[in-house]
Design a binder for this molecule. Sequence first.
Ligand code: MF3
Ligand code: CO
Length: 255
Amino acid sequence: MGSGEGRIVRKSPAEIDKMRRSGHIVRQVLDRVKSLVAPGATTMDLEKAAEKLIADLGATPAFKGYYDYPCVLCTSVNEEIVHGIPSEKRVLKAGDIVSIDCGAVFDGYYGDAAITVPVGDALAPEVKKLLDVTEASLYKGIEQARIGNTIGHVGSAIQKHVEAAGFSIVRDFVGHGIGTKLHEPPQIPNFGKKGQGAELSEGMVLAIEPMVNSGGPDAKVLSDKWTAVTVDGSYSAHFEHCVAVTKQGPVILTN
Ligand code: MF3
Ligand code: CO
């Protein structure tokens, strides 16, 4: 969301190293939060743990206060696509899926990543497939984040993988550049054609984040002004990594 226009800021190897540090902080938070996902936990339990760990790691949350967003995590359950707001009223139950999206700033540089995890261990096969296909599509996109390719190479690879599996790509939300701001140009749609959009060059850092619905692609935002849900009520999954475009190929910073 936001800041899709303007100049793409490329990062030096030293800046990319800093982004690896913020990326690693985000990954530690996601790992911790994932371990707490269980039937009976609330999405506010996840938020509280994330807020404490970000502080303990000496970082600052990236989302809290961003356009007045109230939390450090987005927790999006089942038909919620992205930007679900943690709540002590939202109790996770077996068979749910929950997308956990976290951003952090460390030493002036942002990290941003998301995973979608099952609640309990009895996931419906179609829902398990949704998670697997969405995560695999992220890696298909990452693989295209190469010098000389375009933004369209990334989106096209994601779209092909998702649609071949019979799922649909959300159009209303896209990935983004990232660096000293959470959202920098360019926008990175999870659809498109090779050759479309900006050409990728050394030092660009991309937050690639496919959002995939098991039903139709349409999304709407609830009256809380944040939570995006599928219009048809179908389940939605979301995975995100920050990736640097380097001479050595794509480098994932959020590991
Ligand atoms: N990963 C999401 C994004 O990059 C999260 C933004 S939530 C917000 O757009 F609260 F910060 F807006
Ligand atoms: Co993002």
